[in-house]
Ligand binder design. Structure first.
Ligand SMILES: NC(=O)c1ccc[n+]([C@@H]2O[C@H](COP(=O)([O-])OP(=O)(O)OC[C@H]3O[C@@H](n4cnc5c(N)ncnc54)[C@H](OP(=O)(O)O)[C@@H]3O)[C@@H](O)[C@H]2O)c1
Length: 330
């Protein structure tokens, strides 16, 4: 087994294609859209979404947790940046008041459900016309009698229930696994060292999707939300294949031979703990791997094409675009 000697860089993904945008003032009638989690960490949906909505001519209020260079980059794009905590009532009034539409998303965390309900309660108070909720595709396999060992899955399922009870004009977006996590941050260190994809996915098939494509789908919904209210969208990559197949795709994209090494679940859990990831995230990511081994991520959906008119990018294309992150260590 190849063991990474250092943790993945949790801020590295998605920083590569940040291009400055010349923002022109939106028309007077343009609705203001709140984008939460806008600084971006793993998938960076909020950051990409902010840019896409500004490009479409909307006013965007980008909510971040702290004032840093990521916040400055959002302001440079033309967003109204506000600093606040999704768990804080006052922050959420400041964030939502004056916004007609809301995108709710935040990084995987133990307080996800509380943050969702906090945002929803305030959105109800201010009477928004659309509340787009970031969820997960595994929720499609859950019910009042079926759950998973992941506390994040459970919170997403409960969050969807609470939002449905709320009477808010809700749209749920349920992507499958992101390319930016397992296929970039988690696998790049070993791949850079030894041309090996070292992951605990077993022989299960999976259809990973780029968070950049998820942001495109969310932007399409927020651009014209009315026909989407009450709907649930499952988002998946263009094909569902095994890790052996994807090793071949990595090889094609990078022009060198890449192989897949299956990591035992216990060794994977130890590796995550050694990287210093919080227990909530370790439990979630470990569950994702276990479900993948059971072939529970073998999923397809046409919803990406329905929403945007185009399929999500392939893994091969994603790897090509992020080639520098997989470059062999000197
Ligand atoms: N990764 C996957 O494979 C996958 C698959 C399907 C669905 N999802 C879902 O996608 C969502 C994550 O999306 P993402 O990757 O785009 O998120 P992300 O970039 O990892 O995080 C978004 C932002 O949330 C902010 N945040 C966290 N706690 C906050 C708080 N209390 N108040 C204010 N801001 C807070 C973080 O701020 P800081 O950076 O400042 O900490 C971060 O920038 C989750 O709902 C996850 O379940 C993920």
């Amino acid at each position: 087994m190849t063991r990474p000697s250092h943790p993945p860089d949790l801020t590295r993904a998605n920083t590569q294609h940040r291009e400055p945008v010349e923002s022109s003032a939106p028309p007077r009638h343009a609705p203001t859209i709140l984008v939460t989690g806008a600084a971006g960490n793993v998938g960076g949906i909020g950051r990409t979404l902010t840019k896409l909505l500004l490009d479409k001519g909307h006013r965007v209020r980008a909510m971040v947790r702290r004032q840093d260079e990521r916040a400055e980059a959002l302001a440079a794009l033309g967003a109204e940046v506000m600093v606040g905590d999704l768990l804080d009532l006052e922050s959420m009034h400041a964030a939502i008041e004056g916004c007609e539409r809301v995108y709710f998303g935040m990084s995987v965390s133990a307080s996800y459900l509380e943050a969702t309900v906090n945002a929803a309660a305030v959105a109800r108070h201010h009477g928004v016309e659309a509340f787009v909720n970031m969820s997960q595709m595994t929720v499609s396999q859950m019910s009042i009698t079926e759950t998973t060992p992941s506390p994040q899955h459970k919170q997403h399922w409960l969050a969807e229930q609470a939002l449905n009870w709320s009477g808010l004009p809700v749209v749920h977006v349920r992507p499958t696994v992101f390319l930016e996590g397992f296929f970039l941050q988690f696998c790049a260190p070993a791949l850079r060292r030894s041309n090996v994809i070292s992951l605990p996915m077993g022989d299960g098939r999976t259809s990973p999707i780029s968070a950049a494509d998820v942001a495109r789908a969310v932007a399409a919904i927020l651009d014209e939300p009315a026909p989407h209210i009450g709907r649930v969208y499952d988002l998946a990559g263009p094909r569902s294949e095994t890790m052996a197949f994807y090793a071949g795709e990595f090889s094609e994209a990078l022009g060198r031979s890449i192989t897949y090494e299956d990591v035992a679940p216990e060794a994977w859990r130890d590796r995550l703990a050694a990287w210093g990831l919080p227990p909530h995230l370790v439990a979630h990511v470990t569950t994702m791997a276990a479900l993948n081994r059971q072939n529970r991520y073998d999923r397809t959906s046409d919803d990406m094409v329905t929403l945007t008119g185009a399929p999500a990018m392939s893994l091969r294309e994603f790897v090509r675009r992020h080639a520098s992150a997989y470059a062999l260590s000197a």
